[in-house]
Each structure stands twice: as C-alpha cells, then as structure tokens.
Design a binder for this molecule. Structure first.
Ligand code: GLU
Length: 293
C-alpha cells in the first residue's frame, strides 16, 4: 500500500494581525510541504472567544493570499469543534486523569508566594516562566468537587500530570525532522509543566488539548511551528499517548526578534504585515527578507 502524502498545517489565532514571524512560519510550512509533496492546511485557532474576531480571521486570509500562499480549501475553525475536544476530555476523565480546579490565577499566585516565603526557595516555574500549579485542588474530596461544579462555581480542568505519566509511561519521545529529510529523536519531560489546564473557565478546551485533537483528526503528519512551542510539545506527546493518537513529526523554526532583541509578538504590537504592506513593502520583498526569495 502506498504511504499517504504528508499533511502540514499553519494554525494562526485570529486575535490580532499577523506579523513577520507568522509569515516566516507560514512560508516555512509551505516550502516544506512543497518539498515533501504534502498538503498544506489552514487551521484557525479561535478557542479564545473573547480575543478572537472575524475581522482578524479575514485579515489572516488576506495576508496569506497576499504572500501568495495557497491552502487546501477546507479550513478548520476550532470554535466549531468544541464537541471533539469534549470527547477527548471525557476520555481522559474516564481514566481519572482530570480534576477541577477552583483556584483563580490570583489565588495560585498567593499560594506560590506563601510557599516561597515558607521555604525561602523559589517555587518551580514551567518553561514559559509561570509557577507550577501548587496543587491545592488536587486533593479535594470527589463529592466536594462535584458539588462545587454542580453549584456552578467557576473552575478549570487540569491534567493530573503524575497519574498521566504513570499511565503514558515516562519514556516518551518524538522525532524532529529537517529539510533534508533527516530525523532525530527527542525525549520529553512533561513533568516540568505540572498539572496543565485542559479546559478553561469559559472555554471547554485549552490550546494543548485542541491542538492535539485537531492534528490527529486532520491527519497532520508534519507539524512546523516556532521554537516558542518546542517545550509545549512535551505536553502534546503525553496527550497523544493517553488518547491513543499518533505523534506527528515536528520541526521548530527560529523566532524573529525586533531591533530590541525581543521576540515578535501580537501582544507587543509588533509591526503587522498589513502595516508593512501599507508602507509599500511587497510580498516579494518580504519573501526575500525572510529567506524565501
Ligand atoms: N495557534 C498557535 C499560534 O498562533 C500556533 C499553534 C501551533 O502551531 O501549534 O501561536
């Protein structure tokens, strides 16, 4: 039987306009997809219903078309697939790997500061610099947790990482591929993320769960994304194992920095492709600048 062709995806969030870093990511995806004879999907990651807006999605599509990028016609919009993520959560819950957490971000912060004061040592941080969840809700009696959820108390759902790893096995790894077709194995260390959030207060999923479920449902074989998401791949590999999903190959491209050395980011209002276009830059010029001339 012939192997199915590779599937790549570019997965932006419509919570702002695309900047040069997104252009680099989309162009890298397109170049590798063409090189490997693969399909290129566009996925709109709009689970954050408060920050994502239709006009940003339109902006993304305009920018990508301007760059000359062509995607498969079916575009998956995550906000239309919450039931798929729910099914994933239910599966994890059935394995007793999920628990509700009623602590607000502020309460977590206060608990962490208290522990630091108590021990005189810094509390462990995850690879993004956020303190690991100290676990106050982990040990809530089941009936109390159920009653609080039934009463409508706001909560997130967290993965009990130690139980998840006990089930998934600790020898987890994935393969990174390069443009020459070579691969190398990377061992993962998901415990450094602690009990990650799988469903937010206002959204029945999190980035980690949605991206894992979608990559599998869409048959994505090659994930090409920035180095800022390299460490988070550890979480995705655990979720794949727990949910019985395949692990794609991964490729992490470098991040672009601005003149101050900071990573380009929507949150820092980095110059958008639309602004560069208005200034008179051409798509060809952007391609050349990013090494795709
Ligand atoms: N939606 C994510 C972002 O815009 C990318 C997700 C991914 O490539 O896994 O940063």
């Amino acid at each position: 039987m012939a192997a199915s062709p590779p599937v790549f995806r570019f997965a932006p969030s419509p919570n702002g306009r695309l900047h040069l870093g997104h252009a680099l990511s989309a162009l890298t995806n397109a170049r590798l997809a063409a090189q490997f004879g693969g399909a290129l999907l566009l996925r709109i990651e709009d689970i954050d219903l408060t920050r994502c807006r239709p006009e940003f999605e339109q902006g993304i599509r305009d920018d990508l078309a301007w760059l000359g990028l062509v995607f498969e016609p079916d575009v998956r919009r995550q906000s239309e697939h919450f039931s798929d993520y729910r099914a994933g959560l239910d599966r994890l819950a059935a394995l007793s790997l999920v628990y509700p957490c009623f602590s607000s971000r502020r309460e977590v912060q206060v608990a962490v500061l208290a522990r630091e004061a108590e021990t005189g040592r810094p509390w462990p941080r995850d690879p993004d610099g956020a303190p690991l969840y100290p676990g106050s809700c982990r040990t809530l009696p089941e009936d109390e947790a159920q009653a609080r959820m039934a009463a409508g108390e706001p909560h997130v759902l967290r993965l009990a990482m130690d139980r998840a790893l006990a089930r998934a096995g600790t020898q987890l790894c994935y393969s990174v591929f390069d443009a020459e077709g070579g691969t190398r194995q990377v061992a993962v260390d998901p415990a450094r993320w602690g009990d990650v959030v799988l469903a937010r207060k206002d959204v029945p999923t999190s980035y980690h769960l949605a991206v894992t479920v979608d990559d599998a449902l869409q048959g994505v074989s090659h994930v090409v994304r920035g180095r800022d998401l390299e460490a988070a791949t550890d979480i995705h590999v655990v979720l794949q194992r727990l949910l019985g999903l395949p692990t794609p190959l991964y490729h992490f491209h470098p991040l672009l920095a601005d003149e101050t050395g900071q990573k380009l980011a929507k949150s820092r209002l980095s110059e958008s492709l639309a602004e560069l276009r208005e200034k008179g830059l051409t798509a060809g010029g952007i391609r050349v600048r990013l090494g795709f001339g």
